[in-house]
Ligand binder design. Sequence first.
Ligand SMILES: Cc1ncc(COP(=O)(O)O)c(C=O)c1O
Length: 346
Amino acid sequence: MPFLIDLRSDTVTLPSPEMRKFIFEAPLGDDVFGEDPTIHCLEEETAALLGHEAAIFMPSGTMSNQIAIKAHTHPGDELLCEENAHIYVWEAGGPAVHSGVTSRTIPGKAGQFTLADLEGKIRPINDHYTRTSLVCLENTHNRGGGSVYPLGEIQRIRAWTREKGLAFHLDGARMWNAAVAGGHKPFEIAREFDSVSVCFSKGLGAPVGSALVGSKELIRRARRIRKLFGGGLRQGGIVAAGALFALRNNISRLKEDHENAQIIANAVRNSPNLMLDPDCVETNLVWFRFKQGSGSATALAAKLRSQGVLVSNPLPDLLRACTHLNVDRGDCEKSAEMIEILSKQK
Ligand SMILES: Cc1ncc(COP(=O)(O)O)c(C=O)c1O
């Protein structure tokens, strides 16, 4: 195989030589004793960049989201989220399992609902009902095609959650992409929420790691829950260093990933048998499928693989291509060409 282009996810990136050197040289200590200087540094810089009082380093985005949910709720509560939200669909039923919380899902467009969709969704105070206590958004929205939540809508929902006394959490695994695509500073988005989970191991290219930001009190609770979940890290600075390097160096270059995603999206648009789903590509994710009766997504993924192009095929009829720092413009042009050619073959 002449080349291998891995578009399955932005989680597949490998650390660059510069990142590896930074990791190698990072000062370490026991973080469960509060003594890892690299983790401290990462937590301080992340909190500052996102305009929150405090941050806590987490092993994964899933753990970060689920700890946030537990820190904001009590068993028997209900959260409101979009019907394709990662916290609901892709985290193994975490809100129910870890927090005893039910999820009321709201249909959205490209993963986004508006304030109008939320009206009437809070359960009345009554002993029969669950207690609605938390609203979660996802920005960018993974299954929503990497869509960027308009800041104005976030602010309207924020005002409503305040008025109703609800906590407001952002699954910001790809919030960095949302900030770059929307032309915002990361804190301009993050400050609208009580807590934000961000990932360093996706577009930013670190091997491992996420962080949760919020008030000092919320992060104190999150630290205790992280211990409960077995997520206390000892010399965790060895992985936090990759995250710190990523945070300092890899945010503004996300623009390139977004431009490269347009090359793939255009190939889908130019392919008579294919369609984007949803029909918007604003950042680094391109979700697509065959038009009704025009072909098999699984077969196309296999054909692409045989030509050295890997895409994700999470459901039998659905494909996703994701751009990231280990694929360049040339790789995306080659992949786009393959998609156009192979999707026409019967
Ligand atoms: C929107 C979103 N949130 C959370 C996660 C979970 O991150 P992790 O794989 O680090 O648990 C992902 C993973 O792809 C994601 O896409």
